[in-house]
Write a protein that binds this ligand. Structure first.
Ligand SMILES: [Zn+2]
Length: 465
């Protein structure tokens, strides 16, 4: 008798993929690997170690120094990284998972398989962890958080976020993923439910979607914030309007997942954000999709096509398929000569940086027609348009984002930290575009098998991307 094993069982047994999770590792009898020769960016704002050596044992970095100063134990494997630059894996403090499957954006796609595939897309581009911001149904993200898949990014989750009924995230497919609340008692009950599930943060949407839905009212978001803080949970807000941003700051919200988009932030608001110790993920990549500061337009970047299908890329190419601005619908200047929403956000970011506000990478990837992982690389360059130095952007995308996600072992490459790093054929401290020159990615001590992933994605007709 032939045993028919249900596909779901096979997927579960194989870590939900028929592909190897990690590349063949160099042979080692001690379990340790010595990496030598790279320019090592231990932390974005410290001078890199030239001609470095670092020792990885299991999933951890155990020693860091100059070549010759770090001794490999007997039997250790060796990897020569001469000519490369190593930086910590990126951390993304604002993403979404489970809805996009090639060109299809639908809640019917929401499954462990779809999510793991996206976590591999993040990993492919050097993103080692992502916070999913309020659009998770059921327990899949919690399970993946507690049992990470090798070769895939870590997950942190806000579970379901909060909005008025049927007034949640922008995309129609995501809209009912939020808790729809109308009373403070309901709001508090759902926050307690999230706390019981050990959600990592709480997400609220405070936006009327250009007048099309009811905005979460101040009494409700204040109740959510108050209840969340009682449970030691932080609240991050999707915000659009300056007036809402002001009130949210005074109501004790902990983070903004977007900048204000209808106006430039004024100095008083920036000062309050700083005083309150809030963080912000500027999320410039979507609104800035038209900004072509690269010599090759980003949608023609060859590394994009290594992961995403021609059909998926065609949908964001200007003049073809969907208008990229349609992702926000409100991204453009109201009148000729007025600054666009994107330009106002860039100016706000410059003010926030100058004031010393905590700025973390967050790119809103996983919404419709976005590109998990690649969006983070694009975001680095957008952030620099505000005048942030490559050092400052790298800190935002590594150490600071890791702090926001409470990933204490990520964001820098020191002894005791997670061996999650990106090997680059270029120095991102010279130009953030070099962060796209990815040679290898290691997550938690194992090399991500990028060649196998690339082969899987590029041979696919689209369905599994
Ligand atoms: Zn979002």
């Amino acid at each position: 008798m032939r045993l028919i094993v249900p596909a779901a069982v096979v997927l579960a047994m194989a870590g939900s993929s028929p592909y190897r999770a990690a590349a063949p590792q160099p042979s080692s009898t001690s379990g340790a690997t010595l990496f030598t020769g790279a320019r090592l960016i231990v932390e974005g704002d410290r001078p890199p170690i030239e001609d470095s050596a670092f020792l990885v044992d299991g999933s951890r970095i155990t020693e860091v120094g100059r070549r010759g100063d770090v001794q490999a134990p007997a039997g250790a494997a060796r990897v020569d990284l001469s000519g490369t630059t190593v930086m910590p894996a990126l951390v993304n403090a604002h993403g979404h998972v489970g809805f996009q499957k090639d060109v299809s954006f639908d809640k019917a796609n929401y499954s462990r398989e779809t999510i793991v595939n996206q976590l591999r897309q993040y990993a492919y581009y050097g993103v080692g962890a992502v916070m999913t911001a309020g659009t998770d149904a059921g327990d899949i993200s919690y399970e993946l958080r507690d049992q990470p898949v090798p070769g895939a990014a870590l997950v942190r989750t806000a579970g379901r976020g909060f909005a008025m009924p049927n007034a949640g995230p922008g995309g129609a497919a995501m809209r009912d993923s939020a808790y729809g609340v109308t009373t403070e008692a309901e709001a508090r009950r759902y926050v307690a439910e999230l706390a019981a599930k050990r959600a990592d943060q709480v997400k609220i949407w405070v936006d009327d979607r250009n007048g099309s839905v009811q905005k979460l009212t101040p009494n409700l978001y204040r109740a959510i914030i108050d209840e969340a803080h009682k449970h030691k949970l932080r609240v991050m807000a999707h915000v659009y309007y300056l007036t809402d941003a002001r009130d949210l700051v005074e109501s004790g919200v902990d983070g903004f997942l977007h900048s204000v988009r209808d106006a430039e932030m004024d100095d008083a608001l920036v000062a309050r954000i700083k005083q309150k110790g809030m963080y912000i993920t500027p999320n410039l990549s979507i609104n800035g999709r038209g900004a072509a500061t690269q010599t090759v337009p980003w949608y023609d970047d060859p590394i994009l096509a290594q992961v995403f299908s021609p059909a998926a890329i065609a949908r964001v190419r200007p003049g073809q398929g969907q208008n990229p601005a349609a992702a926000t619908g409100r991204g453009n200047a109201a009148s000729p000569g007025a600054p666009s929403s994107y330009e106002m956000q860039i100016r706000s970011l410059a003010k926030l940086k100058k004031a010393g506000v905590t700025i973390a990478l967050g790119d809103d990837s996983g919404i419709q027609n976005s590109f998990p992982g690649y969006a983070a690389l694009q975001q680095l360059e957008r952030m620099a348009e505000s005048g942030m130095t490559p050092q400052q952007v790298l800190v935002a995308a590594t150490r600071t984002a890791a702090e926001v996600l409470r990933l204490n072992d990520m964001g820098s490459l020191a002894p005791g930290k997670s061996a999650s790093f990106v090997v680059l054929d270029g120095n991102p401290l010279d130009s953030l575009a070099n962060a796209r020159k990815i040679s290898k990615v290691y997550l938690r001590g194992q090399e991500v098998d990028r060649a196998a992933l690339r082969a899987q994605w590029t041979k696919s007709t689209g369905g599994s991307r």
